[in-house]
Design a protein around this ligand. Structure first.
Ligand SMILES: Cc1ncc(COP(=O)(O)O)c(C=O)c1O
Length: 430
């Protein structure tokens, strides 16, 4: 059977929230969810909403759903066989779980490198290890551009030493949209015997994650920004949990064995209905990869797609998403560049290797609140603020409140939507 790749209209029809009338260009805050994911959550709650592991049919089905979701997320990040994915309430909750597990292994004078470009979710929990005697060192940004480098005066290398235990940094800044060299930073961390903890929240909606290729030790992302339910996910490499010198123990109950990962790192357990939604996500990826017909997008009650969705499908679906996003981010940057009073905060390059479609800017004289209000009046959802990258704003000399104006697109946004926004903003930005 030949399957025609879906058109953008067909893709948009998968997301009921896009039909509500507002142009949603605030996707770095949270993405829309396809009906097939919402249906799977509903179906799970109506048919299999029972406790796990009790041995009767509904309990067996619920157990299988939760287990399947974890396995699918392992594959989603290309981590099968090298680690496991912990599910939790949010990325912030999960980085705190990890930092608290690292805390008892810290000796006075151990060093933790945190990154000025990061979201506070991957900073504050590490800075808190100062209470264990850790010394916090900063991977600083270039104050003019917000950019990171591996070498040079502000580079990661200059923050590392043989005492470094953890290097916590973002894969993409949720304010700048810049893609960081995760493999390069991880290599430097490993050279001094440290572990690399990557915040992939702002990368995950846009490109396929590949922890095997990048060798990072922990990788965190928020499933509610990747077309799924409101949860967080954290891949943990087995080498990090079972490290010879500093083995980690998750916080779950004492009678749950240390090596019962991911469960040991989940406080109580993951959202069961959320797991059903994550399984259904596999169906979305198959459609985007051009391997499944949209018309057959019946609710995915069995989670079967999560069993069969392999790495090629995952990679192909994200290539398709990147192809859809590329002209949208190019148009946004092009239209902003026509305004001499607008200063882009983040890379001006539209290349998909350099950035994702998360674009922030400031105006020479106009308050971000005024610009955002004009967008809202035109029916476009965008926002202003520090985006919880408070320290980045301070480092760049930007007042965290009102912060920057941020426009963020994903694969279901269109050039026409960007034009609609910019037609409304042109008079304000002139
Ligand atoms: C880059 C980045 N990291 C971490 C987070 C925190 O995610 P969560 O809301 O799942 O805690 C966000 C949320 O906006 C983010 O953009």
């Amino acid at each position: 059977m030949t399957i025609t790749p879906p058109t953008i209209d067909a893709i948009r029809s998968l997301y009921p929230g896009l039909a509500a009338g507002t142009v949603l260009l605030e996707n770095a805050g949270g993405s829309q969810v396809p009906l097939l994911v919402a249906d799977a959550i509903r179906d799970h709650m109506l048919a299999d909403y029972v406790q796990l592991g009790a041995g009767y049919p509904a309990s067996d089905r619920a157990t299988a759903t939760v287990e399947r979701a974890h396995r699918f997320m392992d594959r989603f990040v290309n981590g099968e066989g090298i680690g496991r994915t912990v599910l939790g309430a949010s990325s912030t909750a999960l980085t705190h779980v990890l930092a608290n597990a690292v805390a008892p292994t810290i000796a006075a004078g151990d060093e933790i490198v945190v990154c000025e470009q990061g979201h506070e979710a991957n900073i504050g929990c590490w800075v808190a290890l100062e209470r264990m005697g850790a010394r916090v060192r900063w991977w600083s940004v270039d104050p003019a551009t917000g950019s990171l480098s591996l070498d040079g005066a502000n580079g990661l290398k200059s923050a590392l030493s043989e005492r470094t235990r953890i290097v916590a940094f973002p894969h993409v800044s949720n304010l700048l949209g810049e893609i960081v060299d995760v493999a390069g930073a991880t290599r430097l961390a490993h050279e001094v015997g440290a572990k690399a903890v990557v915040d992939g929240v702002a990368f995950a909606p846009h490109r396929a994650i590949d922890v095997a290729a990048w060798h990072c030790d922990a990788y965190v992302w928020s499933t509610y920004k990747v077309y799924g339910p409101h949860m967080g996910a954290m891949f943990l490499r087995t080498d990090m949990v079972d490290d010879d010198r500093h083995p980690l123990e998750g916080p779950n109950h004492f009678f749950i064995a240390r090596d019962e990962v991911p469960y040991k790192f989940e406080l109580g357990g993951a959202s069961h209905e959320g797991c059903a939604g994550l399984c259904a996500l596999a169906r979305l990826l198959a459609i985007l990869a051009g391997e499944d017909e949209i018309e057959a997008a019946a609710p995915c009650t069995t989670g079967a797609h999560a069993e069969t969705c392999g790495r090629p499908t995952i990679e192909k679906s994200f290539e398709a998403m990147t192809d859809l996003e590329a002209p949208v981010q190019a148009r946004l940057l092009e239209r902003l560049a026509t305004h001499s009073k607008v200063r882009l905060v983040g890379p001006s390059s539209a290349a998909v290797a350099d950035r994702v479609a998360t674009v922030s800017f400031l105006h020479e004289s106009k308050d971000p609140r005024e610009i955002v209000a004009a967008a809202h009046a035109a029916g476009v959802g965008i926002r202003h603020g520090h985006m919880y990258a408070h320290r980045l704003c301070t480092a760049m000399g930007i007042e965290p409140d009102p912060g920057v104006v941020r426009v963020s697109a994903v694969h279901y946004n269109t050039v026409a939507e960007v034009d609609h926004l910019m037609d409304a903003l042109d008079p304000v930005l002139a």
